[in-house]
Design a protein around this ligand. Structure first.
Ligand code: SIN
Length: 280
């Protein structure tokens, strides 16, 4: 029997009673999709799944995504993985990380916000985790929008923000000399076309400026919004256990990672789900 338990008032639900190494019936898939739309983040604890089974889990939510990253920015170890599987890992071979986003803290962000059609969802499956830290935090963009004073809702109407990303960056300005891969503008307030709900769609890592405003005014608005969005009341803080699969909706949630000891191994497999239309 599938059981769905909210993890906080604002965001996240734990789904028990689903074994993703087995085929999942259409009615259970529908319950999972409904929980995903309602809670924005869903956790499946205690999974033991292969890459193919993780890709099948991604297809519950939509069309499986591929890696967008050009060859020269992909770790060599990806050659051994099926297309669509990415490693998030600090493990190194001959001094070179086998995965992406290897080290330490990561600021809040929405995956692929720098592209015209950002990914709908991301799935992360924990295989090795450090003894402390490396938690992933999820913030509800719905709660952030809903709690804005009306004056702010009016001020944000029609505004668009410009986003960019440097491969491997985990903190603003931490571009390690890589070129920004794409830059895109999207509405500051985004409506999730599947739920009709509005969420705030800017983040501290990747949002550069609000279009049409001078830098001072843009920075002032963004600083307020970043601080507002990241309030504890809107955040679910996930401490990983091996076998956890977490799926998040990038349209209405953002996520961040806490620091962890560099000498301890961390390995998670990541898959994505494509969206069907640009943010509106
Ligand atoms: C990510 O932002 O996709 C990685 C999150 C994590 O490593 O916890």
């Amino acid at each position: 029997m599938i059981q769905i338990t909210p993890l906080t008032d604002a965001i996240g639900a734990c789904i028990d009673g689903v074994d993703l190494s087995q085929p999942v019936s259409e009615s259970v898939q529908q319950q999972i999709r409904d929980a995903f739309l309602e809670h924005a983040v869903v956790l499946f604890p205690g999974q033991a799944i292969s890459h193919e089974q993780q890709l099948a889990a991604a297809r519950i939510f939509g069309e499986q995504g591929q890696l967008h990253r050009p060859r020269e920015f992909q770790p060599k170890a990806y050659d051994a993985l099926p297309p669509g599987i990415m490693m998030i890992s600090n493990i190194r071979e001959d001094g070179v990380p086998i995965g992406s986003l290897p080290d330490g803290e990561m600021m809040f962000h929405h995956d692929m916000i720098h592209r015209e059609i950002p990914d709908k969802a991301t799935l992360l499956y924990a295989v090795e985790i450090p003894s402390v830290g490396g938690d992933t935090w999820f913030a509800s963009g719905y709660a952030a929008y809903d709690t804005l004073p009306d004056t702010w809702k009016t001020r944000l109407k029609g505004l668009r923000a410009n986003h960019l990303y440097h491969y491997g960056s985990t903190k603003k300005g931490d571009d390690k000399g890589t070129p920004a891969f794409g830059t895109c503008s999207h509405p500051v307030v985004r409506t999730n076309h599947e739920t009709g709900r509005k969420s705030l769609y800017v983040n501290r890592l990747m949002t550069d400026h609000i279009e049409g405003l001078d830098r001072t005014e843009s920075d002032e608005i963004l600083q307020f919004l970043f601080d507002h969005c990241e309030q504890d009341a809107f955040v679910y803080k996930h401490q990983w256990t091996i076998g956890d699969l977490v799926v998040w909706d990038n349209r209405c949630s953002m996520h961040a990672r806490t620091d962890f000891p560099a000498g301890e191994r961390r390995l998670l497999f990541r898959t994505t789900v494509l969206d069907t239309q640009p943010p509106m």
